[in-house]
Design a protein around this ligand. Structure first.
Ligand SMILES: O=c1[nH]c(=O)c2[nH]c(=O)[nH]c2[nH]1
Length: 277
């Protein structure tokens, strides 16, 4: 018999990465009095069902739900925080006639409401919107900023400006109508951004315009005491086509990243600022 030319020189085998969970049950692990998150979900449907009298705003829904938690579970819940988002379904318009039951996903922005309620009866309402996309093709520039050896951006007297607005605003007291107040704040934002239909208004920077928008909201709605705004600068970069080799103010590279991230809080004088929620 021919002698083998190979031999098993080394060997090992075993189970890798055996994952384990080990609990040492020390002390009282009771869940007594705790509201399960599943129960909390059911409360959302319950409160929605209760609000039957008329269509309500996201702020009113948030208040009703937050109060439900502190009122129903006083032994364990001393403060409830609720965040509501309202999706932009709008009644369909057919040749000027509102459709009986047809809705369409319209407009870019989502309406938001953040409510806290505590067991002493204190309620705080912060309303807001997100993804409000706005753009104007002129009446915007950016110049006079610091130029040094790291700067490549030229001063421009005319450019496209575009952003996606996220805003929250805190109420010092409830307005007569949350829906009307929302409409007024949104209107204040867009008027300050665009200016009048004929001629518009010049924006020397996103920062300047952001401040004007916050200021307009506070001046427009007396119950608003603090406005947070986040406005990424969604750059439209001048494009120089290979054929003409010149930029004629008409072709741009539309970008979303990287973008300048610009945000601020504007308050009524002496009011405390609030943070992004
Ligand atoms: O309105 C602007 N603000 C900036 O801070 C900035 N920075 C930049 O590169 N472009 C712009 N535009």
């Amino acid at each position: 018999m021919a002698q083998s030319q190979t031999q098993l020189a080394a060997h090992q085998h075993g189970k890798s990465r055996v994952r384990i969970g080990r609990v040492w049950r020390i002390g009282d692990d009771s869940n007594r009095g705790m509201t399960a998150t599943d129960t909390q979900k059911n409360c959302v449907y319950y409160v929605a069902k209760q609000l039957a009298a008329r269509p309500c705003s996201p702020e009113e829904f948030g208040v009703a739900l937050a109060r439900h938690f502190v009122d129903t579970y006083p032994a364990t819940v001393w403060k409830a925080k609720v965040a509501v988002e309202m999706m932009p379904w709008r009644r369909l318009d057919v040749g000027g006639q509102p459709h009986d039951h047809g809705f369409v996903w319209q407009g870019s922005e989502i309406r938001t409401a953040y409510v806290t309620a505590d067991s002493k009866g204190k309620v705080e309402v912060t309303a807001g919107l997100k993804d409000l996309k706005v753009l104007k093709t002129t009446q915007s520039g950016y110049s006079g900023f610091l130029h040094d050896r790291f700067t490549t951006l030229p001063d421009v007297g005319d450019r496209i400006v575009a952003t996606s607005v996220t805003a929250t605003w805190r109420y010092s007291r409830p307005p007569a109508s949350y829906d009307a107040a929302y409409g007024a704040v949104r209107q204040a934002f867009t008027s300050a951004f665009y200016g009048p239909p004929k001629g518009g208004v010049f924006s020397p920077s996103v920062q300047f315009t952001l401040y004007q928008m916050g200021k307009a909201a506070i001046e427009r709605v007396p119950e608003v005491e603090s406005v947070f705004l986040n406005m990424p600068n969604l750059h439209f970069i001048p494009c120089v086509p290979v054929t003409t080799k010149s930029f004629d103010n008409d072709v741009y590279v539309a970008t979303s990243e990287p973008h300048g991230n610009i945000e601020a809080v504007v308050t009524r004088a002496a009011a405390a600022p609030h943070c992004r929620l």
